[in-house]
Design a protein. Structure first.
Length: 347
């Protein structure tokens, strides 16, 4: 507001406002162009001899409230689909929905003691809510930024899982695997005492940290792989695999220690599905979109020689923009509110 009571809008703010007012026709043209490119990609791959595999329709998701928008998906400790919903342009803090084929369970973000960025289900009808960033109070003590609660909102454990936290993954026994984005603090920034505020702040300094359900550190990334950021992670509820930059390795954590890292540089940061001793990557380089690449026993073999199949909708049409997540032997794909599944490996 200026001295003359006129409303002043900065050039940057005006640019953002105008971008949100872009004609819907332009957005429609962009979507049509993407769909056309996908169609051409699928046709080219099929013409070259690549087989196709259709997704299986699972169910249509129901938003937990009017105008709620699906922002991201992940998986629960038992393989259920986890959907995070937000109502745009409101004070709605979000709702976590756990979807099985038979039922849906909901947990509003507002139930947690503080504002949280991620909510994921845990075993025994419990929930974990975490903040992606850490902060200090007026007395320079690190604030709690993670809470485990029951269905009634009672706090069962609280703590801090470190700064620059990505959405945690939960195991069948309540193990918590935490990964971090590229702003995670380095260890040399912290105190050596793991229980100190600084030590908790840098809980993710190795790039992957394992917590128990009391939010205590029980293990850390411990292979030669250098981690600047974790691009994709996968679990079957028992083991945990994670793909990181800049070394482009897939590391494999087990309850008994680490397995040998798997080179993953040929397909960069594309999603993967690990199942026993088998590995597949989803969506290849360049124009080979919506394609499953089955990684050979020697991952150094040229990617052009890998077996691949094109994933389509149940009616054989190309996939459209959607959300992807994986669990065990399964790939989950959500387009609009429709949830589809694909069994990646035959047992």
């Amino acid at each position: 507001m200026t001295d003359t009571n006129d409303i002043y809008i900065s050039p940057d703010a005006l640019t953002q406002i105008m971008s949100h007012m872009a004609p819907t026709d332009e957005r429609r043209r962009q979507e049509e162009q993407i769909a056309k490119e996908r169609q051409q990609s699928v046709e080219r791959l099929i013409a070259s001899g690549a087989p196709t595999v259709p997704l299986t329709f699972a169910k249509t998701l129901t938003p937990p409230r009017a105008k709620a928008r699906l922002m991201r998906i992940s998986t629960a400790y038992n393989g259920d689909l986890v959907a995070q919903w937000f109502v745009p342009n409101t004070n709605d803090s979000g709702t976590c929905t756990v979807e099985s084929l038979q039922e849906s369970r909901h947990m509003p973000y507002s139930v947690f003691p503080e504002d949280v960025d991620y909510v994921v289900p845990m075993p025994k009808h419990q929930w974990l809510g975490v903040c992606s960033r850490s902060s200090w109070d007026e007395d320079d003590h690190l604030r709690d930024a993670a809470w485990r609660i029951d269905d009634d909102g009672n706090v069962l454990a609280r703590g801090n899982m470190g700064d620059a936290l990505l959405c945690p993954t939960i195991g069948k026994d309540g193990t918590i695997w935490a990964t971090y984005f590229d702003e995670m603090p380095d260890r040399w920034d912290s105190d050596d005492d793991e229980l100190s505020d600084d030590g908790r702040y840098t809980a993710g300094y190795t790039g992957m940290t394992v917590f128990n359900d009391q939010l205590h550190v029980v293990s850390r990334h411990h292979t030669p792989t250098l981690i600047g950021e974790v691009y994709w992670s996968h679990t079957d509820g028992n083991d945990f695999w994670y793909l990181s930059y800049p070394d482009w390795m897939i590391d494999h954590w087990t309850p008994h220690g680490w397995e040998q890292p798997i080179p993953a540089n040929q397909l960069g940061g594309s999603p993967f599905i690990a199942y026993h001793n088998r590995l597949a990557r989803f969506s290849g380089p360049g124009e080979d979109r919506d394609t499953l690449y089955y990684v050979p026993s020697d991952p150094h073999e040229p990617v052009q020689t890998w077996r691949k199949v094109v994933v389509t909708f149940p009616d054989g049409t190309p996939l459209q923009r959607g959300h992807i997540t994986t669990w065990g032997n399964m790939l989950y794909y959500v387009h609009g509110y429709d949830w589809y599944t694909l069994k990646v490996f035959n047992d």
